[in-house]
Design a binder for this molecule. Structure first.
Ligand code: SF4
Ligand code: SF4
Length: 465
């Protein structure tokens, strides 16, 4: 195996709580080779002798074909998985993996050991991102409550090397990446932009995962800009900055297609220009504008459809949920989704406070958004600008869901625990193969939904000039 330089995240601790959450209520994919391996064992006898629940389910095998998911509006293939992952482990009637024991440990692991298991089971909650020059960046799924553990992280290099060895999908990040509207930048340009954004977006304790990769944070950006703006505004400014830069890249390309990348690189490495850009973007943010809120609530509904579709299994039912939520948003009716424990009036929701200045609430948000910026490789392929748009959406959804959890607790203020649960919900949505993102893209709704946020579009164009 090639020697990899492994980078562990400096801002995430992880320790398994044996909660079993990762082994239920979502699809656990199984590859062709794994399926062949699992066929060699008489699992029915093994289940019977271990008194596992519902042993009859495994009489004719432990996995089933992965269903092709259809959305009525347009058939889409949203599976990001490696093409060989054609099966899922069967689920019991309580939607737990058939191998999950009462003590939340794995029967397959107990019988056959760690190495025998499916790749997904071996890796979760670890996420590996393959970077150029044989660098592997390690991250953790925020769906797992163990990533929030306090205390010193125990990072095990040998374990990660083992995971890399059995990973079929060691795709190195593309040397060129889409930025926006067909404009390409190189991977290092993207990192430069991401680092620049992170320097003013995140409190340094929650800062970028790549600090360990030799990047030096520019504290001036944080002291002068980040620490003076509340997080809502920092997020908006981050999005505007990326939008400006995408326009700049397009403009330079149209003027000089052969050399635009060099020129663009010159601009983004000029700290004076970039600081001015933050100031401009800060000026155009209008916190009072209702246009910043409406579309994001709509996005929350779409996301609920996506999470809800797991439970409600067909689009028509999910659409009913959406329309119910819409009724709530317009001030009448109540919303009820028992599978998620949601049952509240929209009015109640709007009375709950999400204090975006509270560092306790912000810490999980910042960690997650940093994780999205630096980890979600699948975003890169659809463009860096889009990635930041999604991240803005995710932030709104986190706030929305966190408030929903507070409503459930009948509390008027959101707690850090509510935020962590909200992050987990978003992460689960992501892990369910980005259906939300694909629906938006497939239906070309993205611009329509986000358009109103860019009410200042003409001003942006003027500044880019
Ligand atoms: S969700 Fe995380 S903490 Fe819970 S069992 Fe899975 S890995 Fe462990
Ligand atoms: S096979 Fe084991 S580790 Fe994998 S999902 Fe099922 S219970 Fe969890």
């Amino acid at each position: 195996m090639a020697a990899y330089k492994i980078i562990f995240p400096s801002n995430i601790n992880y320790s398994c709580l044996c909660c079993g959450a990762c082994c239920q209520k979502w699809e656990i994919p199984v590859g062709e080779e794994e399926a062949a391996r699992f066929r060699e064992t008489d699992w029915h006898s093994s289940f019977v002798s271990a008194a596992m629940p519902e042993p009859d389910l495994v009489r004719d095998g432990v996995y089933e074909p992965r269903e092709e998911i259809k959305v009525e509006l347009k058939k889409i293939n949203y599976l990001n998985y490696h093409s060989s992952l054609k099966y899922n482990f069967k689920m019991r009637s309580d939607k737990q993996c058939i191998f999950l024991k009462k003590d939340n440990l794995c029967h397959m692991h107990a019988e056959k050991g760690f190495d025998y298991k499916a790749f997904t089971c071996k890796t979760f909650p670890v996420k590996l991102l393959y970077l150029p020059d044989n660098v592997v960046q390690v991250n953790y799924s925020f769906f797992c409550p163990g990533v929030y553990c306090d205390g010193k992280p125990e990072y095990d290099t040998a374990h990660i090397e083992k995971l890399i060895e059995c990973d079929n999908d060691r795709t190195i990040a593309e040397p060129r990446l889409e930025f926006a509207e067909g404009t390409e930048i190189e991977y290092r340009d993207m990192l430069e932009i991401n680092h620049f954004i992170s320097d003013f977006l995140f409190d340094k304790d929650n800062a970028s995962h790549l600090n360990d990769a030799g990047y030096t944070r520019d504290d001036e950006l944080w002291n002068k800009y980040g620490s003076t703006l509340d997080f809502d505004k920092r997020m908006a400014v981050a999005l505007y900055v990326v939008l400006f830069l995408s326009r700049l890249a397009s403009k330079l390309r149209s003027e000089d297609p052969a050399n635009y990348l060099e020129k663009f690189r010159g601009e983004i490495s000029n700290k004076g220009v970039m600081k001015k850009l933050i100031e401009k973007c800060s000026d155009i943010y209008d916190a009072s504008a209702a246009k910043n809120i409406g579309p994001l609530i709509l996005m929350a509904f779409i996301s609920l459809h996506q999470v809800g579709s797991r439970e409600y299994s067909n689009f028509t039912k999910a659409f009913t949920i959406l329309s119910n939520m819409f009724k709530c948003s317009t001030g009448w009716g109540s919303f009820c989704a028992p599978a998620h424990g949601f049952n509240f009036r929209m009015k109640m929701h709007s009375l709950i406070k999400f204090d975006s200045k509270n560092p306790e609430l912000l810490a999980p948000v910042e960690k997650y958004i940093s994780h999205c910026i630096f980890r979600k490789r699948s975003f890169y392929s659809s463009g860096l600008l889009k990635e930041y748009q999604y991240i803005t959406l995710f932030y709104s959804l986190i706030k929305w869901y966190a408030k929903s959890y507070a409503v459930q607790r009948k509390d008027s203020a959101v707690s850090a625990e509510d935020v962590k649960k909200a992050v987990a919900l978003i992460e689960k949505g992501y892990a369910n193969h980005s259906l939300l993102l694909n629906i938006l893209e497939t239906n070309k709704n993205f611009a329509g939904i986000f358009g109103p946020i860019f009410g200042n579009y003409s001003l942006i164009k003027t500044v880019i000039g």
